[in-house]
Design a protein around this ligand. Structure first.
Ligand SMILES: [Zn+2]
Length: 64
């Protein structure tokens, strides 16, 4: 996992876990949030998460 923000390069980041009630809950870190530029990145996908968007477990959409 990256230990700095991909966008601004800040090391002021936190690892975010979703709680057990969250539809995309994973028992561990799901996203990385930069406290400097407030950008959130998916743990697996590495992509920037928009507001209200969450990282799917494994970085993929669930099969239906
Ligand atoms: Zn940043």
């Amino acid at each position: 996992m990256e230990n700095k923000c991909k966008k601004c390069g800040s090391e002021n980041i936190i690892m975010v876990e979703y709680d057990g009630m969250h539809p995309d809950h994973y028992d561990g870190v799901s996203e990385i949030e930069c406290l400097k530029c407030k950008t959130r990145f998916g743990r697996w996908s590495g992509k920037e998460l928009a507001e209200g968007e969450f990282e799917k477990v494994g970085g993929k959409e669930k099969k239906k």
